[in-house]
Design a protein around this ligand. Sequence first.
Ligand code: TGC
Ligand code: FAD
Length: 389
Amino acid sequence: LPAFDPRDPLSLDGLLDDEERLIRDTVRQYVREKFLPHVAGYFENGSLPETTGPELGQLGLLGMHLEGYGCAGASATAYGLTCLELEAGDSGLRSYCSVQGSLAMFAIYRWGSEEQKQRWLPGMAAGTTIGCFGLTEPDAGSNPAGMRTRAKKVGDKWVLNGTKMWITNGSLADVAIVWARTEEGKVNGFLVEKGMPGFTAPVMHGKLSLRASVTSELVLDGVEVPEANRLTEATSLRAPLSCLNEARYGIVWGAAGAARACYEAALDYAKTRVQFDKPIAGYQLTQAKLVEMAVKVGQSTMLAMHLGRLKDAGTLRTEQVSFGKYHNVHAALEVAHSARSVLGANGITLEYPVLRHANNLESVYTYEGTHEMHTLILGQAITGLAAFT
Ligand code: TGC
Ligand code: FAD
């Protein structure tokens, strides 16, 4: 029998094929060698370096599960493993990849015209063109149907008015996918380009979570957008919600990565930190915490892998994605907090990853559908009764 591996107690590595393992190892190496040595600075400065997009692009990770237009055409499982490794670095790094690939690029790929795909996707896959996804508004978070942003057709143009809030990479983006309601009451998506008159994207400051990520408002004050920049196939809320599904899937994996990083940090620390003349890993209370963490990480990774196989088979349902986000983000938060306690005072510093992850996971718990929204989605699926209103 192979030896027991404390970092992979369920031998999940054996469930991967060679290509998946190669992609996983490549991303893991990038995160460990290029990202983690600098992450404390990124977290303190509140942003990622400008090279992030091109570096992720060169690795082929942006929109990697899409086919053609410069995208890698990788499997859903390979994309998931990528999210896991990126988020083991920092949720902000995974967010960057999710927003670019699963939200902005997927919106164009799934709901755009052939011309729009050819114009935007290759640069976005390369990470030289940055996208963002503007759905949330100051008064419309969990209920995007309540959006106030309006699009009015004037001649061959659309005039956009409204404000989006909490938009990842908003200030960095060359193109913002902005969702707005038309006079007919339909929800349309618009490609709003940096520099269009009336469009500004101020950075939001003062975050205590997801600090290694730029979060912005999108202010649309009479922005004139040509008809050529309207996503041709999107006519209802189904369009933005379908994009969320893609990003939520990545979060299922990513959360398992953040949890793994916290568990490994706690395990390493507990084996070397000596108190009362022996390593704290030798005390039952610490072992109970480490075992609980190992079990949660194993369960979360196994769940992500199962959903990945369903997605690759084309049978993954939205309720199952909610199942994954519900379980894995909650479990990751618990692991991060428990790991923090194992590290004692060191656990509150940026020298160790645990409180940074715990703080980040507060955002992950809320974005892409709050924990409560996923509870209600699953509640409806289980009972047949909607409890949203
Ligand atoms: P409802 O009437 O249920 O649905 C409207 C239409 O959409 C379809 N649909 C979906 N399609 C694909 N995937 C999904 N997950 C879908 N959910 C619903 C549905 O079939 C229907 O289609 P059609 O053809 O009949 O029109 O819509 P509702 O208004 O009642 O809303 C339901 C609810 C509450 C579940 C939905 O509004 C919701 O999920 N709310 C949460 C909002 C949210 O998740 N926002 C996220 C913003 S983006 C973000 O957070 C990015 S973070 C990025 C990062 O940094 O990683
Ligand atoms: P609210 O919807 O006001 O919810 C507040 C509380 O009420 C929550 O606990 C919620 O679960 C609960 N609640 C609401 N309705 C109900 C109900 N019916 N029943 C029970 N409880 C309910 N959005 C984008 O569009 N693009 C982005 O790129 C993006 N990036 C983000 C990055 C960060 C760092 C963060 C924190 C958010 C980001 N978001 C983004 C916004 C995110 O999607 C929203 O914050 C989220 O959808 C919740 O909306 P809200 O914050 O307005 O909370």
